[in-house]
Write a protein that binds this ligand. Structure first.
Ligand code: SAM
Length: 225
């Protein structure tokens, strides 16, 4: 009864560890968010392990089914659409619920890519301390989220989708303690159209608007001076 938490590429299919491939080949089942997305990776590495979908809308029945497989002694691997499962994705709900159901469950990390770490690694801001805030809330608590940034002293990392990246950068401009800081926005890391924007928020907005606003984004904000 083992649950492996397996990091997979955030774009470039070569960014996977030998251990991750080995685990994905040998477990009984792979739990994945979007089966079509994971299928591309599995086909690329000729992995024939059967998959079970598990995503943010999965019902308790699905979690119980996964718990039953583990209880029967099966070994499972959890992957997400990209990066490290459980980091700002539905993985950690599954981990917390299965831990509650199965006290003896062995959970084993298979580390690898994560967009937060990839972005931090090239930001050039201090990273001995940083705070990762995931996605800003869309409606309720959005104002509070931005207001609270005034109190954070460390390098800040935020995830954002193409639909809200400009809105979020605009909202950052309204945060007095952050508005004049340097930021780095990483778009489509490890992919064909990887783009890195650096400068103050106004400059980065202008640069992003010059191209197609597509893909996935990480925003890194320099710490308070
Ligand atoms: N668990 C994943 C990880 O370890 O990075 C993150 C999952 S979260 C649902 C998806 C978000 O991660 C995207 O909206 C984007 O903010 C960020 N992300 C994922 N892949 C990325 C990439 N290749 N380039 C930039 N950001 C990425």
């Amino acid at each position: 009864m083992k649950l492996y938490i397996v990091a997979t590429p955030i774009g470039n299919l070569n960014d996977i560890t030998l251990r991750a491939i080995d685990v994905l080949k040998t477990v009984d089942w792979i739990l994945c968010e979007d089966t079509r997305q994971t299928r591309k990776l599995l086909d690329h590495y000729k992995i024939n392990t059967p998959v079970i979908s598990y995503h943010q809308h999965s019902k308790i029945k699905k979690i119980n089914q996964i718990g039953n497989l583990l209880n029967q002694g099966k070994d499972l691997a959890l992957v997400s659409d990209a990066g490290t499962p459980g980091i700002a994705d539905p993985g950690n709900k599954l981990i917390s619920l299965t831990l509650r159901q199965l006290a003896d469950l062995e959970i084993i990390p298979i580390p690898g890519p994560s967009a937060v770490i990839a972005a931090l690694s090239i930001c050039g801001f201090p990273t001995d301390r940083f705070i990762f805030l995931g996605f800003p809330p869309v409606k309720k608590a959005r104002n509070k989220f931005f207001k609270n940034l005034n109190h954070i002293k460390y390098t800040i990392v935020i995830y954002e989708s193409p639909y809200r990246i400009l809105k979020t950068l605009d909202d950052l401009l309204k945060v007095s303690a952050v508005a004049h800081r340097q930021i780095m926005v990483a778009r489509e890391l490890t992919k064909k159209f990887e783009s890195i924007y650096r400068g103050n928020i106004k400059k980065v907005i202008v640069e992003i608007k010059k191209g197609l606003i597509k893909g996935e984004f990480v925003i890194v904000i320099e710490p308070k001076k």
